[in-house]
Structures are given as C-alpha cells and as structure tokens.
Design a protein. Structure first.
Length: 132
C-alpha cells in the first residue's frame, strides 16, 4: 500500500459525510471508526442500520483496495447482534480468502466497550484496473 491508495480511500465523499475515519489500512486488512452523532440515529433513537453497514463497507473497501487493484463489492450480508449504546463504532475488515478475481472479507463491527454490534460478510470482485 502506498500514499495513493490511502488518498483514494480517504477521498470517499460519502464516508466523509458520515464522519468515518480510516484508522489503519494494509493489504487484506483495515480498521475504520465513526463517532455516533445525531445524524446516525433512526426514528427510535438507535443507530441506523445503514450507518453501521456504511462503516463496514468502507472498512472492506480500504482492505480490499490496499493492494492497488480496484476491488468492488459483489455481494454483502449483514447480521446485527445488538444495538450499540456507545459513542463510537469501529469496523475491522479481514480478508478470508482471495483468488485472481474474487475475494471474501469478514467485517466485525463493535463499539468502544468491545460490544459486538454486527458482522458483515462481503464478496469483492477484482477488476482489471489498478488504482491510479
């Protein structure tokens, strides 16, 4: 991974709007965090599931694209374990397997108290394109 890959990931405008911060990025692994704000809450004052998914998707994108090959999500499945009462959410993406075209990642989402909030399983497709 080099500064160009980090720059591309940090240029994600939607993640920036959501307040997501890239903590660590290396090939096959990434960690991102998000301070829970009023804009992340749904009508019953719980963190909106889409906010949790967006954080996990961003961590996946960082881990999968850190090698410099453009990788996009092909399929994703999320399981919510509990509502977070914390102030921060952290997503940790880890590569489970990869071939020339397909990669599979598990993304664990937890809060600052280490409560396990959700898990996202994402299959990525590696395009014939390098990040430039």
């Amino acid at each position: 991974m080099d500064d160009e890959q980090t720059k591309i990931i940090k240029n994600d405008r939607f993640a920036s709007f959501m307040g997501i911060e890239l903590v660590k990025m290396e090939t096959g692994y990434a960690m991102a965090k998000m301070e829970v704000l009023e804009k992340h809450l749904n009508g019953v004052n719980m963190i909106q599931g889409g906010a949790i998914f967006t954080l996990a998707d961003f961590a996946f994108a960082a881990a999968a694209n850190a090698s410099g090959q453009v990788t996009v999500g092909l399929n994703a499945n999320i399981v919510y374990f509990k509502a977070s009462k914390g102030k921060t959410l952290i997503a940790e993406a880890k590569e489970v397997s990869a071939s020339a075209k397909i990669a599979h990642y598990n993304v664990d989402v937890f809060n600052e108290s280490k409560d396990y909030i959700a898990q996202v399983n994402i299959t990525g497709y590696k395009k014939n394109k390098k990040i430039d």
